[in-house]
Design a protein around this ligand. Sequence first.
Ligand SMILES: Nc1ncnc2c1ncn2[C@@H]1O[C@H](COP(=O)(O)OP(=O)(O)OP(=O)(O)O)[C@@H](O)[C@H]1O
Ligand SMILES: [Mg+2]
Length: 353
Amino acid sequence: MATQLVKCPTCKNTMTATGEPGEKIILTCPQCNQKGTFTIPEEKSQKTIETNSTTIEVKDLTKSFNHFTAVNNISFTINKGEIFGFLGPNGAGKTTTIKSMLDLIHANTGTIKINGIDVRSHGKEAKKYVGYMPEKVAFYDNLTALQNLRFYAEIKHAPKEECIHLIEEFGLGDTGKKRVGKFSKGMVQRLGMARALLANPPILILDEPSGGLDPRGVVLIRDKILEMKKKGTTIFVSSHILSEIQEICDRVGIINKGILVAQDTVEGLSKKLNLKPQITVTVDSMSTKIENAVKKLPGVTSIKTLGNTLEIICDGAMKAKVILAITNAGGNIQNLQTKEPSLEDVFMRYTEV
Ligand SMILES: Nc1ncnc2c1ncn2[C@@H]1O[C@H](COP(=O)(O)OP(=O)(O)OP(=O)(O)O)[C@@H](O)[C@H]1O
Ligand SMILES: [Mg+2]
């Protein structure tokens, strides 16, 4: 008998499937009711998944600048094909962590492995797998976008044809002979993402890739990240755009004042903080009977009346019962909205001062 964790392809809820190796199991996601078939892997292939499942491993990493500890003994692992969002307030230690992961600055203590290779002792070999977009993207100012990319393509042994394709893809096709020194911030950022993708790396490390981009640019980068994930790329991305991180990341890590205060799925973190959904119901005529019917339900944490609208915070499992209680108490529902706990709520709670 083997047990496997299975992620729902629709809502990303994690379920368990138990059965004999090779057995087909029909699963129904308890969260979104999506049905699907899952095959328990054969024992041999399961072993292969395990040994190749971690692509980045950071263990007990500490980095200080003189007497100031910017990153304080943090550990995390990133699995193959996963998008891991790295969040934290300004100055929390994200860029310092990323630079240490690539040994661009030397950590005081700790080990970092990329695909099992120690970055400190075998940096060149380990970094072959990585496409990196730094926080401050820099290029040769007196060269064009194409000349710059061709230069990096040569270093990365990427085919030269990739450069034209990437420049077009990132909306820089009409920059022609314009030198990068004359580019706007967003244009340089787009070129930075194009450079990170040269030679189709299996691991992407992106430090705020959407910084300074217009809305179309933000969507472009997000879609590209999702496209790379579909190809099996492992992606580590730091960002301040929480809604976007919530949408695309499998797991997030939150760093605050150099300490990794949380790492899990957004749903897992909401559960740990006991964050609850909010239901906003508008009825055509509010009454004390309706308010009392909701108040006496178990699992209802708070209720606020604003004219004909009720704002209710309750356990996720109670949502349907709340609606039913309002209807049974004579409420004629005009409008109904549910707001699930967001990554913003989680972030605010973990980074409280
Ligand atoms: N070279 C350096 N010398 C001294 N202090 C540094 C150096 N680099 C970073 N720091 C300090 O380390 C802390 C973490 O900085 P870091 O750049 O990692 O933050 P961050 O989380 O990336 O912030 P942001 O969201 O603003 O990019 C800050 O207090 C910063 O001033
Ligand atoms: Mg930074």
